[in-house]
Design a protein. Structure first.
Length: 93
C-alpha cells in the first residue's frame, strides 16, 4: 500500500498529534511522547497499532505526541491521518 506523509490532531490538552510517514523498513515504528507514557504508553501504542492494522497499514513510522487523549480520540486521529496518508476512505459507502 502506497503511503504519503500526513498528520491529524493537535497539541491541545486532551488530544493527540499523529504523524504518519512511509517507512524504509518493514513493520510499524511508533515513537510516543507523552507525559503519561509510564502509565498508559503500552495502551496508547496498542490503540495506534490496532487501528492501523485494521486499515491495512503495515509499514509506517508513526510519531505520536499525546496530551492526555482518550482511546476514542487516539483511534479517530490515527484513522484520519491514515485516510489522508493512503487515500483510502473508510467512511465511504
Amino acid at each position: 500500500m502506497k503511503l504519503n506523509s500526513s498528520y491529524a490532531g493537535t497539541l491541545e490538552s486532551g488530544d493527540i498529534l499523529i504523524e504518519i510517514s512511509p517507512s524504509e523498513a518493514p513493520g510499524l515504528t511508533i515513537n510516543l511522547q507523552s507525559t503519561v507514557a509510564l502509565q498508559f504508553g503500552r495502551q496508547i501504542k496498542k490503540v495506534i497499532e490496532d487501528t492501523l492494522s485494521e486499515m491495512g497499514v503495515k509499514d509506517a513510522v508513526v510519531d505520536a505526541t499525546d496530551k492526555g487523549a482518550l482511546d476514542c480520540t487516539i483511534r479517530a486521529r490515527v484513522t484520519a491521518a491514515a485516510v489522508r496518508a493512503t487515500g483510502k476512505d473508510v467512511w465511504a459507502d
